[in-house]
Write a protein that binds this ligand. Structure first.
Ligand code: Z5A
Ligand code: MG
Length: 211
């Protein structure tokens, strides 16, 4: 018929370092598959590409790059995955994405770069159907397992990132208290995401950033 096959949902998890994004993303994918919903786990940066390897070297402090340059590389890393992302969604896959453009803007603007400049290269990327922000204070996050040695893993900087995130909130955001026990966070996420998958199946249109 003329009706398009139902599409998957684009779900993004955001939050400070140690807020629990990666833990929750993998739990969510298992849950969805258990419900018979075809889902895949994605993450940014995607360190497997050439661009991703440059980003990885920067994060581990083995290379130095100008703030604007690394910002554009993070963005390029999303652009190089855009068409695959669209294909997957249109063939019915739900994508659970660990960090996206909001991380890009929040981290770079926390360094002092102009926020509109930071948003510009993200224009035209696919807009998430829902962004779940795992809310945790920088202090509480720092208590979790301690930070590793990567570039941004310092309390003072994480405070600035929290401020930057707070101006990026829009209607697609659902804020979940990330300080709750993992199982409670998980339950809330499941509800939000099932609703979102249903909406997308009913024909909600894919949009582009920033909408
Ligand atoms: N970055 C950027 O600048 N620009 C961009 O465009 C993008 C990213 C996309 C690498 O990210 C860096 O790149 C990141 C932002 C920047 N720098 N910083 N900061 P990454 O995603 O690779 O970072 P990561 O190493 O995966 O860490 P993470 O994402 O910050 O952590 P998380 O995924 O949010 O948390 P987790 O690994 O699930 O959990 C952390 C610990 O807390 C772990 O021991 C868990 O067992 C524990 N945990 C989790 N949930 C709970 C609850 N509910 N209670 C108690 N304990 C918990
Ligand atoms: Mg993570």
């Amino acid at each position: 018929g003329s009706k398009m096959e139902s599409r998957g949902a684009l779900v993004v998890l955001e939050g400070l370092d140690r807020s629990g994004k990666s833990s929750q993303c993998s739990r969510l994918v298992s849950f969805l598959e258990g419900q018979g919903i075809s889902a895949e786990l994605w993450r940014f940066p995607d360190r497997t590409t050439n661009v991703g390897q440059m980003i990885s070297a920067y994060l581990s402090n083995t290379s130095q790059l100008d703030d604007h340059t690394i910002h554009l590389l993070f963005s390029a890393n999303r652009w190089e995955k855009r068409s695959l992302m669209e294909t997957k969604l249109k063939t019915g896959k739900t994508l659970i994405v660990d960090r996206y453009s909001y991380s890009g803007v929040a981290f770079s603007s926390a360094k002092g770069l102009d926020i509109e400049w930071c948003k510009a290269p993200e224009i035209g990327l696919l807009a998430p159907d829902v962004v779940v922000y795992l809310d945790i204070s920088p202090e509480k996050a720092a208590e979790r397992g301690g930070y590793g040695g990567e570039r941004y893993e310092k309390l003072e900087f994480q405070k600035k990132v929290a401020d930057s995130y707070s101006v990026l909130h829009d209607v697609s955001w659902k804020v979940v208290d990330g300080c709750q026990p993992m199982e409670d966070v998980e339950k809330q996420l499941q509800e939000v995401v099932l609703d979102c998958v249903t909406e997308c199946r009913k024909g909600k249109l894919l949009a582009t950033l920033w909408s």
